[in-house]
Design a protein around this ligand. Structure first.
Ligand SMILES: *Cc1c(COP(=O)(O)O)cnc(C)c1O
Length: 276
């Protein structure tokens, strides 16, 4: 098992977010727009990454945040704000209707390029497919990643070799393990079948955690100095270790695991919870 540490490519635009934003920013520039508009939760890696990437590209950035602010801003939102992002809050119910939400804000801000949540679009997939240019791809039988929207996974599937399997571990609790939003998006984006999504390692749902998951993160760091984030990469590594222990992988399998970043989200934990 090799780990591709794209969490380390940039101090703020961590991991897969840089790849998913790349072509959105290029398209915004080509369209002559002044800035970007995007959406996310109070601990969203995507909001911080977009704030930083927009600033570096010389764009303004507006972030629409799910839920009314309850008390002080999270460290994530403070960081996005310090990077120049204008924040606006909308109720959870309004946020839930994505189509309507996007339409409403695009009408309000026609001068901004709308980047869908999580960078989920063909441009996001195209950017994510470039992640595999950083590794000697032919060496591996499997490529493994965490999945939220499935945009990164779709990019990896589209860049994978036909004989390779791409394994995704869902960070969301999905209603149907077979017919779900991630599987559908990956298939629709790539028209390929060499992938498997594991839905049993969500630990209660998106952003949810348990004592055993936190213990796993600490043990993994102590053993291998590998820091993971509680939303995505910890669940990915936990799932892969579980599959290994259950002999899912045949002898001579070689795994490339994508460390997609997201470590800023661990700031939601009380100090001292993690040993890194
Ligand atoms: C955003 C994020 C993901 C999810 O990527 P998708 O393309 O939405 O599936 C995975 N890992 C980390 C660390 C992230 O920040």
């Amino acid at each position: 098992m090799d780990i591709l540490r794209i969490d380390a490519i940039h101090p703020v635009i961590s991991g897969n977010k840089w790849f998913k934003l790349k072509y959105h920013l290029e398209a915004a520039r080509a369209a002559g727009l002044q800035g970007v508009l995007t959406f996310g939760g109070a601990w969203s890696n995507h909001l911080v990454a977009t704030a930083a990437a927009a600033r570096e590209a010389g764009f303004s950035a507006t972030g629409i945040v799910r839920g009314e602010p309850a008390g002080p801003l999270t460290t994530t939102l403070l960081q996005a704000q310090e990077l120049g992002m204008q924040l606006e809050f909308v109720s959870r119910s309004q946020f839930a209707d994505e189509t309507q939400l996007y339409r409403q804000y695009q009408e309000r801000y026609p001068q901004l390029a709308l980047v869908p949540m999580g960078g989920q679009s063909p441009l996001g997939v195209q950017g994510a497919s470039e992640i595999l240019q950083l590794a000697p791809l032919e060496k591996y039988t499997h490529i493994a990643c965490a999945a939220g929207t499935g945009t990164m996974m779709a990019g990896l599937v589209s860049a994978s070799l036909p004989q390779q399997q791409v394994l995704g571990v869902s960070s969301l609790k999905l209603p149907d393990p077979e017919q779900n939003s991630i599987t559908r998006f990956v298939y629709d984006s790539t028209q390929r079948n060499n992938f498997t999504l594991f839905t049993q390692y969500h630990f209660g749902g998106f952003g949810k955690k348990t004592g055993p998951l936190l213990d796993f993160m600490n043990a993994l760091f102590q053993q291998s100095q590998l820091p993971t984030d509680l939303v995505y990469t910890a669940k990915l590594l936990y799932g892969l270790m579980d599959l290994l222990n259950k002999n899912y992988f045949s002898a001579n399998s070689r795994l490339l695991v994508i460390h997609s970043g997201g470590l800023q989200g661990n700031r939601s934990l009380p100090a001292g919870t993690l040993c890194f």
